[in-house]
Design a protein around this ligand. Structure first.
Ligand code: ADP
Ligand code: MG
Length: 697
């Protein structure tokens, strides 16, 4: 049913076909509904009047009430300008015009008192405002206490008098036309509980604020609403999922207990225990688990994964773990095989390079149920890979897989969808996790195993290279190993390789006595593995690599990570790379190499790395630096389409909105009560236009 909000903007008073076409093209605004959501991006404070004496270099636009002393034309040619000397009881200043001189000259008689508005600049010993906005002083504007909205617009729109003021003008007719049709979308109970103003008032205030306090509340209300419906959609998906898919109840802890009593090589951290408890509760609950485990590098996710596998296997099911690269899959396999052997459980690895004859055996043993644990790359997604009863599917570094791939994993058990655990070492700020993974339950391993020495991170310039080489030599002499990582230069594959090869050669020259490994993206995977294995075994002392070693690789004896051109890496990548060291008992180091001149952001990134080892703190800085739009996975998610709320700034509101959405669904999971009817309508309405959220989980 097309309502007023679907009306084309050309029918709005003051718009018409030509301006409408321009608004379509320049701002992608087509309908009343879209225009009314073109919220101002800031407001100019017209509540305050400055005295001339109060002007200072820090002020932005200001209002000054001043009397005109004299007006004169100064200068010749293109320096010709009109200057008005004005004053108030505290001092004198100038207003200057370079254009429209005749028009201004006529308008401003000496002796008149005006309200001038603009950004003052200091010239010589006087303040001056060029091309101020101005109005004769009247009782109306002297007592004006409003914030004037500033709308984003474009050059082309300005040329059609749709500057911020022009847009504000058409908003008047728009808001007037729409106001009677704006209905409350939030339940009264929540409005009251969170002290939110109603929608009508919020829309009116956001475009035409009457008081700073009300404007503030209007903004809060609209942000809250935006987050609320976002969270509601995500949580509703979860409701649907848990109702649609029954989960296999896996609650037997016999194997786990045996492992825990007799074999576990270390005491679990409290965080590991908590996450295992959370997963266990899901697995035995009878509904399907869909859980994300976030844990900083080295926090011990693998052991958590193994213990969950033991729960599944002990309860009669099988488990698999999928990793994004062959190197990682191998490493998981080797790590887990040690534990599986202790427990007499069959474990296999399936990757692209596993021979056909071997594959056949794996396929058969999976079907018969003899094989309990399968580790692999996406090779395990192939249709031919069928389990007798897959109970638990674990995905490592899940952001590297597409949703289609994960869906295939889900389909590996006909009767019940397997429980799914996804693990990531890329910490995302809580606010973002809530939104990106709103459909997943999130567990966080926020504690490192005891006895780890924090990695010492330093920043060195290229000119210090000799000293750095000296340090490398010292460490290797102590028996340690070293990574040296080069950036991927996206524009050019060949430049990449050259950069790496140049580095490799200079290192080979500097350390002729040590065997080196090299790994990069264009090598065949068996060559990569070969080189990697030599390094793992300690046969080579230095690993020269591109970021292919970023994820997951575990060589406890490596104690130094050198990152070349560190300014070219993003924060989360730097943190991932650093996580390759500090895995053993020795003190580890990360050395960030860069050129001397750095961009402001580059410098903040390196300083952050030097200051902290905390992945979540780093992720927060990253979010602030880049905004949510650039963070992993956010592009597809559409959370960049938020109109007024801002994930990096409005986290407290997001948390409240999420609570509110949860509370609402706990009481009314299908929004079927009459009082929630408007909420349901809004959800359905947004579904039509919104991005497909199911792509994200
Ligand atoms: P990540 O979370 O990065 O995948 P891993 O699972 O690879 O971390 O664990 C890193 C290292 O810490 C491994 O060598 C692992 O055996 C060890 N580890 C894991 N949990 C503990 C613990 N509770 N106490 C001591 N060492 C642990
Ligand atoms: Mg890992």
């Amino acid at each position: 049913m097309p309502g007023i909000f679907d009306t084309k903007i050309e029918f709005l008073r003051g718009v018409g076909p030509q301006r409408a076409a321009l608004l379509n093209k320049e701002l992608a605004i087509f309908t009343y509904g879209e225009l009314i959501q073109h919220y101002p991006f800031r407001y100019e404070d017209r509540t305050r009047f400055f005295k001339i004496k109060e002007l200072n270099p820090d002020v932005e636009n200001v209002q000054v009430i001043a009397k005109i002393k004299k007006i004169e034309l100064i200068g010749m040619g293109n320096k010709r300008r009109l200057v008005a000397q004005v004053f108030d009881e505290t001092g004198e200043m100038e207003m200057t015009w370079f254009k429209g001189i005749q028009w201004v000259q006529k308008k401003l008689p000496a002796g008149a008192v005006y309200v001038f508005f603009g950004k003052p600049a200091r010239f010589g010993n006087k303040w001056s405002i060029a091309h101020p906005e101005m109005e004769p002083l009247s009782s109306a504007n002297e007592q004006r206490n409003n914030f004037q909205p500033v709308y984003s617009t474009t050059e082309k729109l300005r040329a059609r008098f749709l500057d911020s003021k022009g847009i504000s003008k058409i908003m008047e007719s728009l808001v007037q036309a729409c106001l009677p049709h704006i209905h409350e979308t939030m339940p009264a109970k929540l409005l009251q509980q969170y002290q939110l103003i109603d929608k009508k008032e919020a829309i009116r205030q956001i475009h035409f604020p009457t008081q700073p306090e009300l404007l503030h509340r209007a903004r809060k209300r609209l942000k809250f609403e935006e987050f609320f419906f976002l969270q509601l959609r995500l949580l509703l998906m979860k409701v649907t999922r848990t109702e649609k898919f029954k989960g296999q109840s896996l609650g037997n802890t016999e194997l786990l207990t045996e492992f825990y009593k007799n074999h576990i090589p270390f005491e679990l951290t409290n965080a590991q225990k908590r996450v295992i408890r959370e997963s266990f509760a899901d697995m035995k609950s009878g509904t399907q688990m869909n859980r994300l485990i976030q844990g900083d590098v080295g926090s011990g996710k693998t052991m958590v994964a193994f213990i969950c596998m033991l729960i599944a296997i002990g309860s009669g099911a099988q488990a698999c773990l999928m990793a994004p690269t062959e190197i990682l899959a191998n490493q998981h396999y080797e790590g887990l095989k040690e534990f599986a052997d202790m427990m007499d459980l069959e474990i296999e690895i399936l990757t692209g390079s596993v021979k056909k004859s071997k594959r056949k055996i794996i396929h058969e043993k999976l079907l018969s149920g003899e094989l309990k644990i399968l580790i692999g790359t996406h090779a395990l997604l192939e249709d031919i890979v069928q389990f007798q009863n897959l109970g638990l599917a674990i995905v490592d570094e899940q952001h590297r897989f597409g949703v289609a791939q994960r869906a295939k994993l889900w389909a590996k058990n006909r009767e019940y969808i397997p429980h799914v655990l996804v693990m990531t070492a890329t910490p995302i700020p809580r606010t973002l996790a809530m939104t990106l993974y709103g459909d997943l339950d999130v567990s966080v391993i926020d504690e490192l195993p005891a006895g780890r020495k924090p990695i010492q991170t330093v920043h060195r310039y290229d000119k210090d290279r000799l000293k750095v080489f000296g340090f490398i030599n010292e460490e290797i002499k102590k028996g340690r190993q070293v990574y040296i990582v080069y950036p991927l230069i996206e524009e050019s594959e060949s430049l990449n390789l050259k950069n790496l090869m140049d580095g490799y050669e200079s290192i080979a020259r500097a350390f002729p006595q040590y065997p080196l490994s090299i790994v990069h993206g264009s090598m065949k995977s068996e060559d990569k593995d070969y080189e990697m294995q030599r390094f793992v075994k300690g046969e080579t002392k230095i690993m020269v690599a591109t970021t292919v070693i970023e994820v997951g690789v575990n060589v406890p004896n490596a104690s130094v990570m050198i990152i070349e051109n560190a300014e070219r890496f993003g924060l989360s990548q730097l943190h991932q790379l650093r996580g390759r060291v500090g895995r053993g008992a020795e003190q580890s180091y990360c050395i960030l190499m860069s050129k001397y001149e750095l961009s402001k952001e580059g410098r903040i990134r390196l300083e952050t790395m030097v200051r902290t080892n905390d992945g979540f703190e780093i992720a927060d800085v990253d979010l602030k630096l880049r905004g949510p739009g650039d963070l992993m996975g956010t592009q597809q998610s559409g959370i960049t389409d938020l109109l007024i709320a801002d994930l990096s700034k409005d986290a407290p509101i997001l948390t409240l909105a999420r609570d509110a959405a949860q509370q609402l669904l706990a009481e009314d999971p299908h929004l079927s009560s009459t009082e929630n009817a408007p909420v349901l309508r809004q959800v359905k309405q947004q579904k039509k236009t919104a991005v497909n959220w199911s792509r994200i989980s």
